[in-house]
Write a protein that binds this ligand. Structure first.
Ligand SMILES: Cc1cc2nc3c(=O)[nH]c(=O)nc-3n(C[C@H](O)[C@H](O)[C@H](O)COP(=O)(O)OP(=O)(O)OC[C@H]3O[C@@H](n4cnc5c(N)ncnc54)[C@H](O)[C@@H]3O)c2cc1C
Length: 487
């Protein structure tokens, strides 16, 4: 859009929403990217608005709908797939001023917050009330609860407690063409309508703009006990399958593969990560576990887990400070990126019983393309952060790593998995969206989008196949996989 047209757009929006709700053109820099800037992804919006309240968000949407302007909802800007980036211009609607806590009710296990309250603050408020908000995505200090809903964010504790959706009982949301709606209720069960809360969760700003969230909180466990299981790569799949099959309710079942562990081990504060030495075999594969519950239940789980682990010739080490272990785990991303200056990581998800196949595939892709590869993630949920180390000054190597990332996404599909388990699709993964869906599934997605956003103005192109839902430019597989095999 030409600069005089942008000026007139900003003036119109200022008249509609108030001058303090429109960001000056010199201040839009931070709104031109999200965490996908690591891939060089940027987009300059035609305007950025930051309405003062939910009604203002609905008015902004109504104005855009009336004027056929696209709308890019924005939360904390920590997304890794460009979802909050105005790649084709449009009006960025940032909910950043909607940061009030409407109420915390520990006795009812409920919290009502506006969309821009940070994930870390939601967790802190729950903790201070003696309760727990289980979702624990990595960028908690900056990501917002509205963004967490929009991406259905997960984290290590999603294995036991599920992703954000599971803790949302209701939403206040601006829907096209610009109306506020309240979805869900305080009732624990509501069978009256379609699950619109579920539909909005993970919709990446393509179906509506979340302005407030009703959250459920869980009782805080009396005892939390971390541990690390060290085993050989060869034993890891059998061990994982036996833990999953045992019915043990671990709070966390993460993994760090042997190459990643070797790279990150020395960054453990004060020392190397302690580990069961040294039986002369490859025991560099690590599972990070956490047990929670009553002291008795945790002790019982620990001895059951130790027995399973021991049967695989592995070792469960429980001698860890929980906070220190998680600080180290949270820092893994940065430590590994720092080794050669950068990395390309893709979040893929495979059936847990095929985790080690996926990890072997990630390595094979790296070898074929001459790249150092490693992976870590959430073993219990089959989520793999497939990672290729690069020197960011070497453009050719970065291109090779991006190619490796694409191949890792295809690998996930070939294993009956998904191109994303956590971070979403945004613009970055559009070309593969729906590649393993049948035609009816693709069409159903298109119908949902058309019903809730008939003009296609809400975050256009995001979470949508290239070419659109009606003419996707991809090759859907003939049959959907439900058991890891074609049927
Ligand atoms: C270091 C790091 C670690 C991370 N770790 C995890 C992790 O463990 N698990 C995980 O799931 N993700 C993780 N992420 C990705 C990211 O933090 C999550 O996707 C997060 O939920 C995004 O929230 P946000 O508020 O930053 O949203 P944004 O980045 O602003 O937006 C993300 C998407 O949601 C939409 N959106 C944002 N707010 C709203 C709203 N109010 N209404 C409607 N749509 C909206 C946007 O349009 C966009 O499509 C990580 C990112 C980083 C940088």
């Amino acid at each position: 859009m030409a600069s005089d047209a942008k000026l007139s757009l900003r003036k119109d929006l200022a008249r509609e929403l108030g001058a303090d709700s429109v960001v000056d053109s010199e201040q839009v820099g931070p709104y031109c990217h999200d965490a996908a800037i690591q891939r060089g992804l940027r987009g300059v919006p035609d305007a950025v608005v930051r309405p003062a309240d939910a009604a203002g968000v609905a008015r902004a949407l109504r104005w855009c709908y009336r004027h056929d302007c696209s709308v890019v909802p924005r939360g904390g800007g920590t997304g890794l797939v460009g979802g909050a980036v105005a790649v084709d211009g449009g009006v960025v609607v940032s909910v950043e001023r909607l940061n009030a806590v409407r109420g915390v009710y520990p006795e009812l296990g409920r919290m009502y917050v506006q969309a821009a309250v940070s994930t870390a603050n939601v967790s802190r408020l729950a903790r201070e009330s003696g309760l727990m908000f289980p979702p624990d995505p990595g960028a908690a200090a900056q990501s917002q609860i509205g963004g967490n809903v929009a991406t259905n964010a997960g984290g290590p504790h999603a294995f036991k407690y599920g992703p954000t959706r599971r803790w949302v009982s209701g939403l206040e949301v601006a829907l096209a063409p610009g109306e506020l709606a309240v979805l869900g209720s305080d009732a624990r069960k509501d069978a009256s309508g379609y699950d619109l809360v579920g539909l909005l969760a993970g919709s990446e700003g393509t179906l509506g703009i979340v302005t407030a969230v009703q959250l459920r909180l869980a009782p805080a466990p009396a005892t939390v006990s971390p541990g690390v299981v060290f085993c050989s790569t060869a034993a890891a799949q059998g061990l994982l399958s036996d833990v999953l099959g045992s019915g043990l309710q671990l709070a966390v079942l993460d993994f760090i593969d042997a190459p990643a562990f070797a790279l990150a081990r020395g960054s453990y504060p004060g020392a190397e990560v302690p580990r069961g030495e040294d039986n002369g075999t490859d025991d560099g594969f690590a599972f990070l576990v956490e047990l929670d519950g009553s002291a008795t239940a945790v002790a019982e789980q620990r001895s059951e887990l130790a027995a399973i682990v021991g049967a695989h010739g592995a070792h469960l080490d429980g001698d860890f400070d929980q906070a220190q272990l998680w600080r180290w785990r949270d820092g893994l991303n940065g430590v590994i990126a720092g080794i050669r200056g950068g990395k390309v990581s893709e979040d893929i998800c495979v059936p847990a019983e095929r985790l080690l196949e996926a990890l072997a595939g990630v390595q094979a892709i790296g070898s074929e393309l001459g790249l150092e590869a490693c992976a870590w993630g959430h073993a219990g949920d089959g989520i793999v952060h497939a990672t290729y180390l690069v020197d960011t000054a070497d453009g050719e190597e970065v291109d090779r790593a991006l190619d490796a990332g694409r191949r890792a996404l295809s690998l996930a599909l070939a294993l009956g998995g998904s191109i994303t388990g956590e971070h979403g699709v945004g613009v970055v993964k559009r070309d593969l969206l729906g590649a393993n869906w049948d035609a009816a599934t693709l069409a159903a997605h298109g119908h949902v989008k058309a019903a809730l956003d008939p003009k296609g103005l809400l975050n256009p192109g995001k979470k949508e196949p290239l070419g659109g839902w009606n003419a996707p430019q991809l090759q859907p597989q003939p049959a959907h996989r439900i058991d890891g095999r074609s049927c």
